[in-house]
Design a protein around this ligand. Sequence first.
Ligand code: FAD
Ligand code: NAP
Length: 316
Amino acid sequence: MTTVHEAHDTIILGSGPAGLTAAIYAARGNCCPLVIHGSQPGGQLTTTTDIDNFPGFPEGIDGPTLMQQMEDQARRFGTAFVQGEVTRVDLEGPPFRVWVEDEIYLCTSLVIATGASPRMLGLPNEWDLYGRGVSVCATCDGFFYKEKELVVVGGGDTALEEAAFLTRFARRVTVVHRRDTLRASPPLQKRARENERIGFRWNSVVSAILGDKEAGVRGVRLKHLQNGQEEELACDGVFIAIGHTPNTALFEGKLEMDEGGYLVTRNGTETSVPGVFAAGDVQDHQFRQAITAAGSGCMAAMQAERYLETLQQAKS
Ligand code: FAD
Ligand code: NAP
């Protein structure tokens, strides 16, 4: 049976840095926000240990702790939370309608902070071997690879951070990158290059993952992109770290998006529908940092608050 809940001034989709910062501001602005967690409470940072670039933590902080502290701060000012994944939205409002299975939540303003999800290689058996040697999260799965041989795919910050973390367990980590120049920031590059347990395969892609469901991953086939040569590399695990895709499928045909599927925002965090705001990685293909996500979450909450005020003034 469908349950329709009492309307909220502001509903926030997602509990990463963007969603929780929006919640702190909206709650302090008396907008009684409701945050819908989604399938990853705390967002992407819950999959990492060392965050060294979030201001206020001179010794660094681990992702789950930082996100728990943000949630505690949002709760302190009266934010309500719902566990669950939004499966449908109706933006012909206000009020806007948000479905979590059979529950319908109504709101006058909506902040979308659904972030991004890891990209996969698109190889036929990668999902069959997912959890059996194929992973997208070193923090979650690294522990299972003590003294093993591992491959990390990608050349960005995530790939090098994952590779460095995995050397706490693995005997050797080979980073496979499709170019000969890394995209990762200089400090992470330096750390990886200085780590004796990390090796690189340049100008190469993983063209096949070798193994089966019973025995798991036993290796990868690498293709050199300049000479076309293929070779097999034995390994026990493959960590895919080739970036993320914005979580915007729910909004197709409802909100303006760019060619990469990111929500288009103007004048701060306004989307193409008045009263609907977007913050964090879901609308940012350029910076994609915790602090920029948090900053835009703050902007979204302030803009939602002004929108609510304008509606109120128009009524009186
Ligand atoms: P996310 O953190 O992606 O959160 C999205 C939220 O939306 C989640 O709670 C999810 O459950 C929810 N959601 C998704 N779909 C739905 C739905 N249908 N219904 C309801 N909720 C939904 N950045 C740094 O600044 N420093 C770092 O050291 C750093 N390390 C990183 C390490 C790793 C391994 C990764 C992957 C990223 C790292 N980043 C780092 C980047 C940083 O994590 C992101 O920029 C940031 O998390 C984006 O925040 P967000 O709130 O926009 O989205
Ligand atoms: P990213 O910066 O987009 O890098 C993705 C990497 O994967 C690139 O090197 C890319 O190659 C490669 N790639 C993409 N598609 C591929 C494919 N199909 N096959 C093979 N390789 C492919 O993504 P990210 O590393 O996840 O970082 C995302 C954001 O989070 C960034 O803004 C980053 O700064 C941030 N982040 C920050 C930290 C930190 O500050 N400590 C840590 C992690 C992430 P090309 O280089 O050739 O494009």
